[in-house]
Every structure is written in structure tokens, then in C-alpha cells.
Ligand binder design. Structure first.
Ligand code: SF4
Length: 345
């Protein structure tokens, strides 16, 4: 391991001082079950143990990951059931996921695809990628392609360009969206070559996965700015995580910072029922209370939609707090400060 390489094992973590020697055997057991990787950019930000530091909590393995509850699932969002050909998930008529790889530069401890991602995860072969692209070209209902994985920005710019060019040539595809954590966790990968590989006549979106304002280092901000200046539209996705961002202050700081980078906060995901992630999950009531507080204190542009992926592959739905209650005469509406008002209409 040199200072420029990612941490991938209990001994790497111990050498970097991120776990104590006494924790090593337990962490080795976690690492045998779920992949481990922490990039230098993230390792350098960690300033304490997972129970105290929001960056450590997201990336440093923890023995609580070996505690599984009965409701947790290997495929919590049900990708498998909607996969007509390898690498494609087609859940809604007008959009598909295209998953060319299962590798990520970091392995988040709460990952919803933690049973599928990892360095041993199989990437699509060239023939499988051709088949997946042919599936998209052969389905005129597909308007949007969401390139995900794994992290598609872990691919070489040459391979990204190949995917963008193939999708750009499909007349009925209007939007190409990349889901990535790279601009935050490995900003040095956002090179001019990578940015150029996203060039297309189609609308190209990048959805950035980020959960805490401390992830938005100067290098991460520069990487995002490069993408925005190249005409890429950016939105963000965050996961509501206990001990990471489950306070109004943490969420407000994150969403405001994103807005200043011209990144629209898009989704706040309720924690999925992935195995060994119970210590991260808040209750839905807690999530709704947070969203209610944000509504009164944060500009509307900074409000993401709080969503739940229904287990079993039944899709994603908004689960934010309700502000409208039906009465016999009309409605009672709750304002952002909690006051109630009759509305007849
Ligand atoms: S970057 Fe996304 S897919 Fe990769 S480990 Fe993190 S949550 Fe999972």
C-alpha cells in the first residue's frame, strides 16, 4: 500500500490508523462478507471512529454489519426480477438501468447493492454490452437510460465514450443519466478526457451520490464544476443515514453546498433493507420529521424528494410528510411552521 492507493483490507485500515489492532480480526470477518475500499481522498478526511465521524461511518467496516435482521434482503430493491438481459433492469416502461460494471472506487457500508458490487463482481463482456445496447435500441418506449453499476465513472473514458456514442445514436433515447460517486470519492478521475467522453447531442445528466457536506472538498467541488461547465446537468442523491446526516443541520449544509455548485438535490433515499445495515436506518417517521423541518428552513430549490424503494422491486415512491388532510368541508392544510388552516376548494 502506498499513500496513493485505496485501502482494501483490515491490515490496510490498521496501518492507516483507521481501526485499532484489537479490531482487526473482527474487521477481517466483515471484509470477507462485504467488499472494502476507501480511496485516498476519503481516507484523508476521516477523523475518528465510525460511531463519531460521518466519513468513517460511511466507509470504514464495522462489526455491526454482521448483524442481520429478518426483514433484510440480499436484493432489497428487486433488480433481479426486472432484468430481461444481463446488465439491464427494466422496471418502468420509459427508462432502464444499464449496469456495465459492478466495481466501485469505494464500498459504502450501507450499499443497497452490497451483495452484487465488489472487485470480484462480474463486469459485462463486450458481447453482453452489445446485447444490452441492442435491447435499448429495440424498445422505442425507452426515453431515459440510467448508467449505473457499480460506478460507471470507474470505467475508462474510452469505454464511457463508447456507451455515450451508442446511446446517442438511438433516436428514441432522450436522456442519458450517469449515477456516480467518483467526483466526490476520487475527484482526480474527473479529467478533461472523462468530461469529453460525456459529450452528446442528447441531454446528459450526472447524478452525484453524496451524503455529507465534508465530502465536498475543494477537489470534489472542482470536479463538479468541470462537469457543469461542460454543459452536464447535475442532480444529487443522498441516503438518509443515522450518525451521518440525520439532523436538519447536516442535511441543510449538504443541500445548500450542492446548490452553490449548481447541483439540484434530487432524492433523499430512506435506507434500503440491505443486509447488515440496520445501524444506519432511521424510522420513516424520523425522516418525515426531518423533511418537515427542512420545508420551513431551506429554499425550495434545495428540497429533495424523500423516497422509499419498495422491497421486491415494486418501484420508488415519495414518502415525505403530508400537508393536506381531507375534511367534510374541504381540507386542513399544515403550513411549514406547523400551523393549520382550513382550505375550501
Ligand atoms: S458507490 Fe453506490 S453502488 Fe458503489 S458501494 Fe457506494 S452505494 Fe454501493
Amino acid at each position: 500500500m502506498n499513500k496513493h492507493s485505496s485501502l482494501r483490507s483490515a491490515s490496510d485500515l490498521e496501518a492507516k490508523g483507521l481501526i485499532a489492532p484489537a479490531e482487526r480480526i473482527g474487521i477481517e470477518e466483515v471484509a470477507r462478507r462485504f467488499s472494502v475500499a476507501i480511496t485516498p481522498a476519503m481516507a484523508d478526511l476521516i477523523g475518528g471512529p465510525p460511531t463519531e465521524d460521518p466519513l468513517a461511518a460511511q466507509f470504514v467496516p464495522d462489526q455491526r454489519e454482521l448483524v442481520f435482521s429478518a426483514e433484510e434482503l440480499a436484493d432489497p430493491i428487486g433488480d433481479e426480477a426486472f432484468s430481461p438481459v444481463p446488465g439491464i433492469v427494466h422496471r418502468y416502461p420509459d427508462r432502464v438501468l444499464l449496469k456495465p460494471l459492478h466495481v466501485c472506487p469505494v464500498y459504502c457500508r450501507f450499499c443497497f447493492r452490497r451483495e452484487m458490487v465488489g472487485p470480484e463482481g462480474e463486469n459485462l463482456t463486450n458481447a453482453e454490452l452489445e446485447t444490452a445496447l441492442a435491447y435499448i435500441a429495440g424498445n422505442p418506449a425507452i426515453f431515459e437510460v440510467i448508467v449505473t453499476g457499480g460506478d460507471p465513472f470507474a470505467l475508462s473514458p474510452r469505454r464511457i465514450r463508447g456507451i455515450v456514442e451508442a446511446l446517442s445514436a438511438v433516436g428514441h433515447v432522450g436522456v442519458i443519466r450517469f449515477h456516480t460517486r467518483v467526483p466526490v470519492v476520487a475527484p482526480e478521475r474527473v479529467t478533461t478526457e472523462l468530461v469529453e467522453s460525456l459529450g452528446s447531442d442528447k441531454a446528459v445528466f450526472v447524478a452525484l451520490h453524496t451524503n455529507h457536506v465534508r465530502e465536498l472538498t475543494p477537489a470534489a467541488r472542482e470536479a463538479c464544476t468541470k462537469l457543469v461547465k461542460a454543459g452536464i446537468a447535475m442532480v444529487s442523491q443522498s441516503v438518509l443515514l443515522r450518525g451521518v446526516n440525520d439532523t436538519p443541520e447536516a442535511l441543510t449544509a449538504l443541500f445548500r453546498a450542492l446548490l452553490t455548485l449548481r447541483i439540484k438535490p434530487y432524492y433523499l433515499h430512506h435506507g434500503d433493507l440491505a443486509k447488515g445495515t440496520g445501524h444506519f436506518r432511521t424510522s420513516i417517521a424520523e425522516g418525515q420529521a426531518l423533511m418537515r423541518e427542512l420545508r420551513g428552513n431551506l429554499t425550495g430549490l434545495g428540497q429533495p424528494t424523500y423516497v422509499l424503494d419498495i422491497p421486491g422491486g415494486h418501484g420508488k415512491v415519495p414518502i415525505g410528510p403530508g400537508y393536506l388532510e381531507k375534511t367534510q368541508e374541504g381540507y386542513v392544510v399544515t403550513d411549514p411552521q406547523g400551523g393549520t388552516h382550513a382550505y375550501r376548494g
